[in-house]
Design a protein around this ligand. Structure first.
Ligand code: GTP
Ligand code: MG
Length: 344
């Protein structure tokens, strides 16, 4: 998206919670200007995760997952959220207006549902969203009518919410002992060196975030530093950033390697979880005790089972049955109200 006004929206519910997550998306120079005005410091570089004060409102984490996108993670109080909304509006950011009639933007659209669909399509992150979104106006119009207006459930179903991960990327956080290969895995998935990978334990001293495409599903992938007993202050600060990412993870991948064991980790209680044993190419991998506890065994070096990992993460976050289900999808809040005015 390269509009002049950056888009600003929340992907956590408007309710008290430990941590809230907001998205800022737009032209790189413009979002850097907004973040500088908000925090008084330079914006994190692409791939960086940093702790910042959000003016006098709160402090929290900013993860720059791409040139055009940053995640802001303040505490989850409703007042903090309102103050940040007001401050971001002052700085020129706007909520993506899926519910605008916006016929001016979409003169070819036949009604409000189609406008909403086109607005959502314009900011959908995942290629998998395209066919499903474009099918929605017809599905909603074909809903059985009640009192002359199409009937629509007011509450979102779990399927509605899972499918919204096609629009706003889910957060996948990888944890595990130092030297498991967490950074090597991110680099293999991203197809480039996003994170520094090295045989010395404690190589990752910063949390790293990148927006990557998992065979059609785009996610925000967090590489975290391996937790060790003798961490220096910089590593401990990085571990705090990682804890903040874990608290709002949609999925946690626990990665280990032969001989390193499984490390229990705290994370969002609702997060999906997967245990992955890496370094299957090593001669000691076949008989190692970690194998018994693994959901999947991979090698980030040789690429063995990486396609399987990608497919499993994608299908856990957005199950293929959700996509194949022909029922209408509430791809945004307020859709039932729009349906009531669909024929106007
Ligand atoms: N044989 C083998 N070595 C691997 C594999 N994946 C990573 N490594 C090696 O393991 C070492 C550690 O890899 P990293 O990716 O830096 O590990 P990390 O989990 O990010 O480590 P920290 O950042 O210290 O927490 C490096 O020497 C990698 O080359 C693999 O699949 N097979
Ligand atoms: Mg690392």
């Amino acid at each position: 998206m390269s509009t002049v006004a950056p888009a600003w929206w929340w992907s956590t519910a408007h309710a008290p919670g430990a941590i809230a997550v907001a998205h800022l998306e737009g032209d790189a120079r413009i979002i850097e200007g907004v973040l500088r005005a908000l925090t008084g410091k330079d914006a994190p570089r692409t791939g960086e995760v940093a702790w910042r004060r959000f003016g006098t409102i709160d402090d929290g984490v900013i993860a720059r997952t791409s040139n055009q996108h940053a995640l802001l993670m303040p505490h989850g109080g409703t007042r903090i959220r309102e103050l940040l909304d007001a401050r971001l509006a002052e700085l020129g950011a706007r909520a993506p207006t899926g519910d605008e009639s916006a016929h001016a933007s979409w003169p070819e659209a036949t009604d409000n549902i189609e406008c909403a669909m086109l607005n959502t399509l314009a900011r959908a992150a995942s290629p998998l969203a395209i066919d499903l979104l474009t099918a929605q106006p017809a599905r909603w119009r074909n809903q059985p009518a009640q009192n002359g207006t199409p009937s629509a459930p007011l509450l979102c179903t779990p399927r509605d919410l899972r499918l919204r991960r096609l629009i706003t990327p889910a957060r996948v956080v990888v944890t595990g002992p130092a030297n498991a290969g967490k950074s090597t895995l991110l680099n293999a998935l991203a197809g480039r060196a996003v994170a520094i990978a090295h045989h010395a334990p404690g190589t990752t001293r910063d949390a790293v975030a990148a927006r990557i495409n998992l065979a059609g599903l785009v996610v925000d992938w967090f590489d975290t530093p391996g937790v060790r007993a003798d961490m220096d202050p910089i590593e401990r600060a990085a571990a705090e950033l990682a804890a903040r990412a874990l608290a709002c993870a949609d999925m946690v991948i626990e990665l280990t390697a032969p001989g390193l064991g499984w490390h229990a980790i705290a994370g969002a209680p609702t997060a999906l979880r997967m245990r992955v044993l890496n370094q299957s190419d090593r001669s000691d991998a076949a008989a190692c005790p970690e194998r018994a506890g693994a959901d999947l065994v991979i090698s980030a070096h040789t690429g063995a089972a990486i396609d399987e990992l990608v497919a499993r993460v994608r299908d856990s976050l957005v199950p293929p049955t959700d996509i194949a289900d022909p029922a209408p999808w509430q791809f945004m809040d307020g859709l039932p109200a729009l349906l009531a005015t669909a024929s106007t």
